[in-house]
Design a protein around this ligand. Structure first.
Ligand code: GLN
Length: 293
């Protein structure tokens, strides 16, 4: 950080007004000022009153303008440009090899805690199938500190980002990383898992054109599209979970906004018990759960 990145409140507010005059939403620009510039929402409010105060930013206003322009004109996600994304109580490194972790996915950890009660059950084994940036794996290892964890991904590039994030954010954890397809690399542990969690690619191929171009043109298709009806990976994961989980173990899986009935049906067809859905923050059925008999 150099002194060049010191700006008065007035300069920052003028810059902010000018950037918003070019387009975009203040919520995104303020996200950039926070995550890219290191300027909190509280700082922004204070500077409206104390315009003379100087603020030391992590990036210069010129650098932040370039990012904002690439976001507005080329539709490149801010998270990829900044290289980071806050999620639950930590900040992940991200790049275009991994899906940008979504807020709704954060809820899966709360569901896991509710179902597994880590305090009561001190030891156990979880797996995050399709870990991407490692978001779910890191949150699980923080919530289930005594448990053994496994993180699987079929992309070598994703696995290396996940590894980096895990080293930084869950350094005391015991997480085995596996390169491969869903349950395939876990042959040695089949039947030993208390929890399997997955946010698989679930967007139907037919939605390709309808998908927001900022997602479609930047995020890895491997992490987005789940075949013709979007459920190819869901079916594979659920089927594998019958062998992977131990009796009483839980599977928690995220799916598309209109797939609840079908995913619950696949769980039932495979013999899962206590099959149920949970809503996301918007009140949409987003998660399916089932317990191994
Ligand atoms: N939730 C993401 C989206 O709607 C998709 C992620 C996924 O397919 N798992 O863009």
């Amino acid at each position: 950080m150099t002194l060049d990145n010191s700006f008065s409140g007035e300069e920052i507010l003028t810059w902010r007004r000018f950037q918003l005059s070019k387009g975009g939403r203040s919520v995104d620009l303020d996200w950039l000022l926070d995550i890219g510039g290191g300027l909190s929402w509280g700082d922004l409010q204070m500077m409206k009153i104390f315009e003379e105060t100087n603020y030391q930013l992590d990036l210069s206003l010129v650098e932040l303008s370039v990012i904002w322009m690439r976001f507005l004109n080329q539709k490149i996600p801010l998270q990829y440009q900044v290289g980071r994304c806050p999620w639950r109580d930590f900040e992940l490194e991200v790049n275009p090899s991994v899906l940008i972790p979504r807020h709704e996915t954060e809820l899966m950890i709360d569901l896991a805690i509710k179902k597994l009660k880590p305090i009561e059950k001190r030891r156990g084994r979880w797996v995050d199938l399709g870990t991407g940036s490692g978001a779910l794996a890191i949150a699980l290892s923080r919530s289930f500190p005594q448990w053994m964890g496994h993180a699987v991904d079929c992309s070598e590039k994703a696995l290396s980002i996940a590894q980096k994030n895990i080293e930084k954010l869950a350094s005391n954890s015991t997480i085995d990383m596996h390169l491969g397809n869903w349950w395939d690399p876990l042959k040695n542990w089949l039947g030993t898992f208390d929890l399997a969690i997955a946010n698989p690619p679930y967007i139907p191929k037919s939605h390709f054109e309808k998908l927001d171009s900022i997602v479609r043109d930047n995020e890895p298709h491997l992490a987005l599209f789940g075949g013709k009806d979007g459920l190819d990976c869901c079916r594979e994961i659920i089927h594998g979970s019958m062998k992977g989980l131990r009796g009483g173990g839980w599977l928690i899986i995220e799916h598309h906004f209109d797939q609840s009935e079908r995913v619950l049906g696949i769980l039932k067809k495979n013999g899962f018990l206590d099959v149920q859905f949970e809503n996301d923050l918007e009140g949409i059925r987003r998660f399916a759960l089932g317990r191994h008999p």
